[in-house]
Design a protein around this ligand. Structure first.
Ligand code: AMP
Length: 420
């Protein structure tokens, strides 16, 4: 496990640059924050650093701005943070430069300065060394807690860690340890549910899960490439010809390893704008949800599970006519006593839509990053942590575990729920 903020000594009085993921949804007209989850989830790390007496400089991206675009300003985020850390938060209207340096100099121990959107500068995503150097020059220590962008090599996620001594925050620590524990010490049977449209994105995850899980359930648009690999007629459903061989190899691999890989046995399909429940597809028919028999078969496996990992909707759930499968799977996972991990924006929306997010053990905050982690790939922004070692690091021998990921008691924030 990477060096965490708990293992860093002497943060008091130090200028600490925290890369958070404050990519929150904003109301187009009023610029109000529509969902503050990403902010509340970051509170334990911020509180810990504030309690440790750091002079905290917080940076993040927000949206996909094209240069400086007022609607993507981090000012509303700074205002939201100020509600939790009264009188301690200041907003800096620039990201780097003289004004930012001046405002950092004014910071007292335990105070927070929120920098303007790092993506207002195009050099951020290019991991430009000069931009990284400017950003790093504001601080003496770097903490990365932006799990959602940990698979990206950007200046604020990677470049600064090549310059400053660094550690990960509580959020990344929790994501890493939950997935690591789920893979190395799974509660069996370990059932994986995979869906979504793009097979290409999930090939490596499926291969990995065939290795570590007992049962793999595949639904969603990507299931049709597997059904085609079995020689089934998939009509006009989604099909990734370039991944047909991958699908064939995965089916063989599952057979060789004696793992259960289940594909849909019926579908909800659209033909001439009419919806049908079908066992077999034909030309002109597009499969857009798993059918009732498949739902039943998948739920039977979910009920037996000791651990469940779910990533990707099993149908085009945004359209009510094709949302049943995904909703039923979401409810079944929530109801199950198994340890449950859900990753990917669509699956999280589905679980939120059915009001059962509370019953899930771990909701992963980063779509792309969680897929990378689940396929066993390393995350560049995590790998680089600890490369520069200047500050004294405490000799912590404690091995991290999912249960020990909570912030220490003194880091409690106004909103209790954030510690989850
Ligand atoms: P992905 O980004 O690959 O995880 O795909 C997520 C998208 O897959 C969602 O927007 C779903 O609407 C879509 N999806 C799931 N199942 C199907 C399907 N059978 N046909 C078309 N789109 C689907």
């Amino acid at each position: 496990m990477k060096r965490t903020i708990k293992e860093v000594e002497e943060l008091s009085g130090k200028k600490v640059l925290l890369r958070a993921d404050f990519n929150v949804p904003l109301d187009e007209n009023t610029n109000a924050i529509l969902d503050t989850t990403r902010i509340t989830e970051e509170l334990p790390t911020i509180q810990y650093l504030v309690d440790a007496g750091a002079k905290l400089i917080v940076c993040s991206h927000l949206g996909r701005p094209n240069g400086v675009e007022e609607k993507y300003s981090l000012k509303p985020v700074a205002d939201e943070l100020a509600k939790h850390f009264e009188g301690k938060v200041t907003f800096c209207p620039v990201t780097i430069g003289t004004e930012a340096k001046k405002m950092v100099r004014k910071l007292k121990d335990g105070e927070i300065l929120v920098l303007e959107n790092v993506r207002f500068d195009e050099r951020e995503e290019a991991n430009d060394p000069k931009f990284a150097k400017e950003l790093a020059s504001l601080a003496e220590f770097y903490v990365n807690d932006a799990f959602g962008t940990a698979h990206r090599k950007h200046a604020s996620t990677y470049g600064v860690a090549e310059i400053l001594p660094s550690a990960i925050g509580f959020l990344i620590e929790k994501e890493l340890s939950v997935i690591e524990n789920a893979y190395t010490n799974p509660k069996r049977p370990f059932v994986a549910v995979l869906g979504g449209a793009k097979v290409k994105d999930k090939i490596n995850v499926i291969k990995k899960l065939i290795d570590v899980a007992d049962t793999v359930l595949i639904g969603g648009g990507m299931a049709f490439t597997f059904l085609a690999a079995q020689g089934k007629n998939i009509g006009d459903s989604l099909f990734a010809e370039e991944n047909l061989n991958d699908a064939k190899n995965i089916l063989k691999l599952a057979e060789k390893k004696g793992k259960k890989l289940l594909l849909p046995i019926d579908n909800v399909a659209l033909e001439n704008n009419k919806v049908y429940k079908v066992l077999e597809m034909h030309e002109g028919m597009e499969g857009l949800d798993i059918g009732p028999k498949t739902v039943k078969m998948f739920i039977k496996e979910i009920k037996k599970a000791g651990q469940i990992v779910w990533n990707g909707p099993v149908g085009k759930y945004e359209d009510k006519r094709f949302a049943k499968g995904t909703n039923k799977i979401a409810k079944a996972i929530a109801k199950s006593k198994a340890f449950s991990i859900i990753g990917g924006g669509d699956s999280i929306s589905a679980i939120n839509a059915c009001g059962c997010a509370e019953q899930i053990d771990h909701l992963s905050t980063g779509g792309g990053a969680s897929l990378k982690l689940m396929e066993g790939s390393s995350l560049p922004a995590v790998d680089i942590i600890g490369k520069v070692k200047k500050l004294k690091v405490a000799n912590s021998k404690k091995k991290s575990s999912a249960k020990s990921k909570k912030a220490p008691a003194k880091t409690k924030c106004k909103k209790e729920k954030v510690e989850e």
